[in-house]
Design a binder for this molecule. Structure first.
Ligand code: AMP
Length: 266
C-alpha cells in the first residue's frame, strides 16, 4: 500500500498473507492509510500473487538500543561497530555523507537503498536515483504478536521499529550482504540503526538532528565480486516470512557495547 498527499509519499506498508485473507488485509491497509493526520489524496493497494515460489523463513535479528543522546557520538559508535563486520571506515563515511546530502544524484532522498562496496564505498545499484527497494517480507501471526510484546517491554511501541526490524532481517540474509545503515527521512524521526547477521539490529535514538529532511539506507556488500543480480533478485523478489523472534534487550550505553563486542549485550 502506498498513500500520498500532493504527490508526496506519506505512508506505505506491505503484507504477505494467504489468499483467503487478502480482502481483510486490503481493508486493514486502507484503514491504516486513512488514519494518518492528513487524509491521503491517493491510496494505491497492489496485490501480487507470489505463486508457487518457495517462501523462506528466518528468525529476526537480536535487537538492542545504544542510547547516545546526540548524532555525533551515535554515528561514531555505529561506525566502530560496522567496522567489526568488515565495512571500511571510508565506506561508512561516504554512506553517511551521501545520506546527509540526499543520496540520489539530484540531491533528493532515494526511494530505495544504495548498494555500496563495503571496502571502497563504490555505488553498485543500477539506478542511483531510485535505489533498490527490499520487498516481500512479513512476520507470521505468532511471531508478530511475540515481537510486538517484546519490543513494548523495552519501550519500543512504534510500528516503525517492528517494520524496520523485519526489513533489516530480510536484508541481512541476502547473499554477499555485510551490513546495513539506515535513518529515516522524516524530519521529526531521528532514530536509525545499523544491522548485520554478525551483530544484530542496533538502534540509535539520534542518528540525525531533529528537523533534518534527509534520510536513506546503505546496504554494504562484500568486496569480493558480489553477485549483484542474485542479491537484487533476493531483495526484491524472494518472499521471506519471519517465524521466530530474536532477543530484544533494554537500552545500554554505546561504550558498553563497543567494549564488550558482538552480541554480548544479550
Ligand atoms: P524510512 O525508514 O521508511 O523513513 O526510510 C528511510 C529511507 O530508507 C528512505 O528514504 C529510502 O531511501 C530507504 N527505504 C525506504 N524503504 C525502503 C525499502 N523497502 N527498501 C530499501 N530502502 C528503503
Amino acid at each position: 500500500m502506498r498513500a500520498s498527499v500532493d504527490n508526496r509519499h506519506v505512508c506505505g506498508a506491505e503484507r504477505i498473507v494467504p489468499e483467503e485473507l487478502v480482502d481483510r488485509t486490503v481493508r486493514e491497509l486502507r484503514d491504516r492509510a486513512m488514519q494518518r493526520g492528513a487524509l491521503p489524496d491517493q491510496t494505491t493497494v497492489a496485490i501480487d500473487a507470489i505463486g508457487a515460489t518457495a517462501i523462506r523463513t528466518h528468525g529476526s535479528l537480536d535487537l538492542v538500543t545504544l542510547s547516545a543522546s546526540e548524532p555525533i557520538s551515535s554515528r561514531a559508535a555505529a561506525s566502530q561497530i560496522l567496522q567489526t563486520a568488515g565495512v571500511s571506515a571510508s565506506a561508512i563515511r561516504m554512506a553517511m555523507e551521501q545520506i546527509d546530502r540526499g543520496a540520489a544524484p539530484s540531491g533528493a532522498n532515494m526511494r530505495g537503498a544504495m548498494i555500496m562496496d563495503a571496502v571502497t564505498g563504490e555505488r553498485l545499484e543500477p539506478d542511483q536515483e531510485r535505489g533498490i527497494r527490499a520487498s516481500r517480507f512479513d512476520w507470521t501471526d505468532p511471531a508478530l504478536d511475540e515481537i510486538t510484546r517484546l519490543l513494548a517491554a523495552v519501550g519500543l511501541k512504534h510500528h516503525r521499529t517492528r517494520e524496520a526490524l523485519a526489513l533489516a532481517t530480510k536484508v541481512a540474509h541476502g547473499p554477499g550482504m555485510m551490513a546495513e545503515l539506515c535513518w529515516s527521512d522524516e524530519p521529526d524521526y531521528t532514530a536509525g540503526y545499523i544491522a548485520a547477521r554478525d551483530f544484530g539490529y542496533i538502534r540509535f535514538p539520534f542518528l540525525k538532528q531533529e528537523g533534518d529532511r534527509h534520510g536513506g539506507r546503505a546496504f554494504f556488500v562484500n568486496h569480493e565480486r558480489p553477485d549483484l543480480d542474485s542479491l537484487i533478485h533476493y531483495l526484491e523478489k524472494t518472499s521471506v516470512m519471519i517465524d521466530r523472534v530474536g532477543v530484544c534487550s533494554a537500552a545500554i550505553a554505546p561504550e558498553l557495547f563497543v567494549r564488550t563486542g558482538r552480541n554480548k549485550h544479550v
